[in-house]
Structures are given as structure tokens and as C-alpha cells.
Design a protein around this ligand. Structure first.
Ligand SMILES: Cc1ncc(COP(=O)(O)O)c(C=O)c1O
Length: 401
């Protein structure tokens, strides 16, 4: 017979240690406090505030009206894979890396793409290196597969923002490392990798047979003049490189709720992915993929408009934050977040909980993105100016109190 108390303990149920040891989301810990309250202004999640454009929604509605309600290919509709290959080929124009349908797998969201990539590459005990602060999913997903994850922290400068010490990263990429995970533009900092840093990482990874897992969710959300896309490993790689890119329709095409993403990788990897997609979701819904086809094919104007809108929102928010004494908020070159330092604030979780409870302001604590993020706060600026202004005055009031 078991003692009554034992059923409450993890060991009783024999849950895998890798799962029991995963971190809970500290963003959720703050957001859960606001359950049932409609007076809170939320900026904690990374989500544009606009509805998906009508022509994209129409494509899904028409697909449903045609009765496309059945299973489809594990790797996605050929038309979507071809459309993505043409899109990426035009975006990166790299003659050494011709991309075709065979390089593409459609996934049920960006986070699903990352999980599938990790499942394809990681054996228990493999060493994975991440550049942090970082969206927690990228650090935790490899741990589900019992990888050993090591983090290399970016450095912060109050004037110029976040920087990579590339030598430190290369030193961490010792022979035997399986994967380096790079998310650029980065969530939460907006840090965007330079071409020189990419060249150094690619050369080093080639030498040691290390996979580069590039999370390109924000590659189109860059704020430099006339920039269509952030520097990409796809601009540089050739067909023999161990490069896998995870991407999503969520941010560039304003489609967070659709749960559609993709992986671009060498064809032999895509063939393996076909197997594990069968055992995972089996396929993405056809009507969602139909929406994806028109988004990629006809969505460039949407991306250009979103870029301009987010650039203005970033400038507005950062200049307002910087005018508050004790805050350092250098504008980042990409993504959709201000990740700012608050002088004298050493417990970002407690501070963010207090902001919700006492001031009705929902922000994400920096510590949610790793210990390096302590002392910082993340604010998603994909929002109307009036809403940002209301949030800023609540923050100013909280700091004055
Ligand atoms: C860096 C990064 N990668 C991937 C994703 C995944 O997006 P989704 O699962 O909505 O496609 C997100 C979402 O916030 C993200 O911030």
C-alpha cells in the first residue's frame, strides 16, 4: 500500500526527470495574476495587435467552402512547399544554395518546427549551445530530449544595446557540440547578428561538424533603412552545410493563431522529418496551408507596412522609456520588443507582479529569458501608440511611487 501523501509527489508517478525539471514560464506566472481582470494593459506576449489581413483569411474560408477538410501530405502541400522555396530563393539569392520543395517541410507553428528540428537532431546527452537572453522555449525544448544546454550571454551597453562576444561563443562551440541555436533578430533583446559574426560561426561550425539551428521568426522584422531581411545564414551557406532554419507565419504575416510554420533544411533531413511529422501532428490543416500560400505569395506589402509600423512604435516607446530616469532602452535593430534596464531593480519577477497588481500594467520579467535578463523588462511594442502611451504613464507612475 502507498502512503496517501506519496501520490502528490513527482517520484510516485515516475515522470521523466528531463520533463519534471523543465522551467515554468515566468511570463505566464505574471500573466496568470491578471486572470479575470480587464483593467490590465497587456504587453507581455509577443503578438502583433492586428487581425490577419483579409485576403489571407479569405483563402482559408474558400478552402473550407470547397470542403478541404481531410488529411494531407506529412511534409505539407506541394504548392506551399514550392511557394516557400521560391520565396526563400528570391529573398536570399544565393547561387550556392539552390532551394526546392525538397528543402522544405511545413509544420504546425514555429514552435512545432523547433521541436521537430530538435527531435531530428538531438540524442540524450548531446551538447547544445544557445545565445541568451533568449525566448525560453529555445532553451527548454532541447532539454525535453535530455540535451545538455549551455548558454553564452550577450553583453549590454546602455547606449548601443546588445552585442555578441563572438570569440566567447566560438570558444563555447567546442568539438563534439551538436547544435548552436541562434535566434536573430532575437526575442527578447532585438539583437541582430552581423554578417561577420555569421561568417565566423559558419566557418567554425563547418570545421567541427556543428549544426546551426537558426530561428528566423523575426527575420523580416528589421528596422534598418531599405532592409528587406536580417542577415541570414541562407545568404552564405552551401548545400553541404549543416544548417536548419525554423520559421513561422505568426509574426511577418500577422498569423499567430493559425499555428503554421516551416523548416528549411538539406533534403535528407527533410526526408527524416516526414517520418516524425507523421508521429507528431501527421500534417498541418489544408485550409491553414492555403492561407499560407497566399500570405507568402502576395504578402510583401503587408510585411513592408508592418515593418514601418513597428519601427515607429519602437522609436516612440524607446524614446518615452529613455525619458524616464533610471531606464536604459536603446532601440533594437529588429523583432518587436524593447528589452530595457531599470536601475536598482534586481527582482524583475516581483517587480512585474507588482506592476500588474498595483498599476494594471502587464510586462514580461527579464529573468524569464535567463539569468542574464535579470534587471531588465520586456515590452512588446506591436501595438497602437495610444495604448503604448497609456502603458508608459502607468510605468512612470509605478517608478515614481
Ligand atoms: C524566437 C521565436 N521563435 C519562434 C516563435 C514561434 O512562433 P509560433 O509558434 O507562433 O509560430 C516565437 C514566438 O514568440 C519566437 O519568439
Amino acid at each position: 500500500m502507498h502512503n496517501n501523501n506519496s501520490v502528490d509527489r513527482q517520484e510516485f508517478w515516475d515522470i521523466r526527470k528531463s520533463i519534471a525539471n523543465l522551467r515554468d514560464s515566468k511570463i505566464r506566472e505574471v500573466a496568470n495574476q491578471a486572470m479575470g481582470r480587464n483593467d490590465v494593459l497587456p504587453f507581455w506576449f509577443g503578438e502583433p495587435d492586428e487581425i490577419t489581413p483579409e485576403f489571407i483569411r479569405d483563402a482559408a474560408a474558400q478552402s473550407l467552402a470547397r470542403g478541404e477538410t481531410f488529411y494531407s501530405h506529412n511534409l505539407g502541400l506541394p504548392e506551399l512547399r514550392q511557394t516557400l522555396a521560391a520565396y526563400l530563393g528570391a529573398l536570399h539569392a544565393n547561387p550556392n544554395l539552390p532551394l526546392s520543395e525538397a528543402n522544405l517541410a511545413v509544420t504546425s507553428s514555429g514552435v512545432n518546427a523547433l521541436s521537430l528540428a530538435a527531435q531530428t537532431l538531438i540524442d540524450p546527452g548531446d551538447r547544445v549551445v544557445c545565445v541568451t537572453p533568449l525566448w525560453p522555449n529555445l532553451v527548454e525544448i532541447p532539454k525535453i530530449l535530455s540535451a545538455r544546454v549551455e548558454c553564452v550571454a550577450l553583453d549590454f551597453d546602455a547606449q548601443t544595446g546588445w552585442h555578441l562576444d563572438c570569440d566567447r561563443l566560438l570558444a563555447a562551440l567546442v568539438p563534439g557540440t551538436k547544435i548552436v541555436i541562434i535566434n536573430s533578430p532575437n526575442n527578447p533583446t532585438g539583437w541582430t547578428i552581423s554578417r561577420d559574426e555569421q561568417l565566423a560561426i559558419l566557418a567554425h561550425s563547418r570545421k567541427h561538424g556543428i549544426w546551426i539551428l537558426s530561428d528566423d521568426a523575426y527575420e523580416r522584422l528589421v528596422f534598418g533603412n531599405n532592409s528587406r531581411c536580417a542577415p541570414s545564414f541562407f545568404d552564405l551557406a552551401d548545400a553541404s552545410d549543416r544548417l536548419i532554419s525554423a520559421n513561422t507565419f505568426s509574426k511577418s504575416w500577422l498569423m499567430t493563431g493559425w499555428r503554421l510554420g516551416w523548416l528549411a533544411a538539406p533534403p535528407p533531413v527533410i526526408a527524416q522529418l516526414g517520418k516524425i511529422i507523421e508521429y507528431n501532428t501527421s500534417c498541418s490543416p489544408v485550409f491553414v496551408q492555403r492561407a499560407g500560400i497566399v500570405a507568402v505569395r502576395d504578402g510583401d506589402a503587408i510585411i513592408a507596412r508592418t515593418q514601418a509600423r513597428f519601427r515607429a512604435a519602437r522609436d516612440h516607446l524607446c524614446s518615452a522609456l529613455n525619458s524616464i530616469a533610471g531606464i536604459a532602452a536603446p532601440p533594437a535593430p529588429g523583432a518587436m520588443y524593447a528589452f530595457f534596464r531599470v536601475d536598482g531593480m534586481h527582482d524583475s519577477l516581483a517587480f512585474c507582479k507588482k506592476l500588474v497588481a498595483e498599476h494594471g500594467l502587464g510586462l514580461a520579467p527579464g529573468v524569464a529569458f535567463g539569468d542574464e535578463g535579470e534587471g531588465f523588462i520586456r515590452w512588446c511594442f506591436a501595438s497602437e501608440t495610444a495604448r503604448l502611451d497609456a502603458g508608459i504613464s502607468r510605468l512612470a507612475k509605478a517608478l515614481a511611487a
